[in-house]
Every structure is written in C-alpha cells, then in structure tokens.
Write a protein that binds this ligand. Sequence first.
Ligand code: SF4
Length: 443
Amino acid sequence: MSSGANSNPPKVGIVSLGCPKALVDSERILTKLHAEGYEISGTYEGADAVIVNTCGFLDSAKQESLEAIGDALAQNGRVIVTGCMGADETAIRSAYPDVLAVSGPHQYEAVVEAVHDAVPPAHDPFQDLVPPEGLHLTPRHYAYLKISEGCNHHCSFCIIPSLRGRLQSRPVHHVLSEAERLANAGVRELLVISQDTSAYGVDLKHESRCWKGGEIRTHMTDMASALGDLGIWVRLHYVYPYPHVDDVIPLMADGKILPYLDIPFQHASPRVLKAMKRPADHERILERIASWRDVCPDITVRSTFIVGFPGETEDDFSFLLQWLEEARLDRVGCFKYEHVDGAAANALPGAVDPDIMDERWERLMETQHRISTEKMQAKIGRILDVIIDDVTEDGAIGRTQGDAPEIDGTVTIAGAPDLEPGDIVLVNITDAGDYDLAGTIVT
Ligand code: SF4
C-alpha cells in the first residue's frame, strides 16, 4: 500500500481487539489516515506509531488489551490507545505511563489527532488515496456494516451504555450509501451490526429520508428490505426479540435477506432475565420461534447465553436447559458469568460457585452439542448455497447462509477448481460433523 505522494510516507500499525463494532471503528480510523497519506503497516516494526484499539467488555478482554499495549510498547515504543478500555485512562496509564495518548471508543478524531502529533502526515492533495468503499480489515468479499452506536438499555451485566453512550443511529441513507459502495466494490456479504439492531432509528423517531427517488424510514425493517435490493447476502446480528422482528421474517422467506437471526437471549428463566434487566419481551419466545419457522422453515437462529449469573438456581438452570431442548436453536454460544468493573450485577446477591458454573456450562454445551449434531446430520443430502471464504490446494472452505464468518460453522468442499473467495456456489452436502459440513459442488 503506497501513497505515491512521498517516497517515505509515514507508517502506522494497528492492533484491533474486541467485537466487530470495534473492528468497524478501526476501519474508520484507517480509512481517515490513509486518506491523509499514511501507509498502514501490518507489523510493529517499521511503523512510526502503533494504534491499539482495546476491548473493555470483560475482565479477560481488559487483560488481553493490556497485554497488547505492553507488546506494542516493547516492540515499537510509540503507542496510541483507543477503544472501550480507553474510557478508563487511569487504568491504562498506571500500567503503561509511556503511552502517547488514550481515547475512548468512537473517538476517531482524537485518535487521528494523536497520530498527527506522533508522526505528521505527508499528504498529497492531488492523489485520491482511498478506494470509495473505504479500507476494510475483513476479506474483500464480506464487510461489517455498523448502523448505530451505543445502547439505551441497562442490562445489569453490561457496561457498554456507560462506555459508548445512548443509542445513536446513523441516518438510513448514509447506511444504504455505504452498503451500495461496498457492493459495487465487490463485497458479496454484509453483516449488519450494532449494539441493538432492532432498536435502529428509535432515537431518530424513525424519520424518513430520501433514497432512490422514494422515502425510506430509519427503521430495521425498511433498512433490511432496501439492503435486500442490493442483490448480495445480508445478515442481521444482535437483534432483540421486539415484536417488529416478526416483520423481517417474510423478507428472509422471500430470499431478500439471509434467513439468519442472531438474537442474544442470554437466559430463559424469567427470574434471571429480570435480574439481568434484559430488554424486549421474553414471554412466548418459544411460540414466536415456532412461528418464524412456519414462515421461513430454513431460518437459522443463533444465540448466546450466560450461565452462573448471580442468583441463578438449579431450577433456573434446568428451566434454561429444558427451554433449549424445545427451542432447538441452530447455533449457541455460552459464557460463564464474569464480574465486569462498573456493572450493576456485581452488587447482586447469590454469587454462583465457580465449580457449579463450570458444571452448568458443560451441561449446556453437551445439550447443544447433541442438538447441533442432529441438525447438521439433517442437512446431509441437501443442496445449499455456499459462499467461498478460502481456496486451498485440495478444494475450498465456505459457509452456508446459516453460518456467519468467524462464529459459526464451515463447509469443506473437496476438489473445487476455479473457485475464488466470494463466489457463491451450489453444494451437495455429503457429510456432517458436530458443527461443520462437507460436500461437493453441483455442476
Ligand atoms: S442491550 Fe444490554 S447487553 Fe446489549 S449493549 Fe445494551 S445494555 Fe449491553
């Protein structure tokens, strides 16, 4: 990557930790820096400064962030810290007083300013350095599309609202323009992300904006429908089960967006959900999942759960296991409860013994493992659309419409010549593991 403006353009390295939302922040910072003539370095060595975009969601993530800052200081020495953990500047400076600057999440300008101070730009205004779709850290064929920042809820285990503030939705025409640019640049799959995708536009009172000669509301359903017109895969993440979620299921059944819903339920026991202060109506969820499957039989429902939340009893946990047996979700992640500095849940009584927490985690994973294996087996003999992520000497690795990159399963395709990442092909599923599939191209 060369600016062409200067034989020695300034170089900046970046380490991006945490969730896809943080990745999008990193991409924005890089896009801005690249536009100013900076070269982006893949290594610490040779970089004039290094940005560490930290994650502060869990204590383990904070530890990882501190280690990354330490590594960058040891290997480069000129380190700019940003991201969720940057909101706690004292913690960072007490561990590493020599960092050049610290800023919190979403503070692109502060990061760019800190880079200017560390290593001034060598800008050539006559060069257009940035491709119109911006710079991306994901492979070229898929991209994250961030539609809002912040959250209006107060889940007792979460400090994101205090780190990132209240919900701020991007105007819908900006989101759609970005999506269109990405599609024009060759992106074949968009992953819609936010803290709370179903709340999109609430802060803007779902105002209408002009788009393609018509009007469109700043609302999840309208946005999803317009994204579906781009003719590429569109996947919705972090959707909470508000009633209007039912309205996007027909879009999935019609093939406009992928039949995939990532809904972080976190628990099923009403008592625990109340203590978690979870948003949205969790009653009748099993009935609603059944009705979604009636409308769109191929829908994949992914979720995450927390076991060992303070006050969780054996009855609550059994309720969750029974619920999972009935819900038969397609993809499930499970976390053991962790104290997070500043979270309201820390003050709750009834801490769960770590051994009991481990045991509940094992039981939940065993239950889901069985369900997942059965679901994977049921796919043998089906012909499915698969997007190619990687081409190897022996064949290719791809994903079905029910698999998000990085978090879900894969499809291994033997002997598939002439494929490229981003190709979407029909695959005859011939074998299934616990979470992954294998098959052959349909010619
Ligand atoms: S919905 Fe709850 S868990 Fe999700 S970001 Fe908001 S407060 Fe945190």
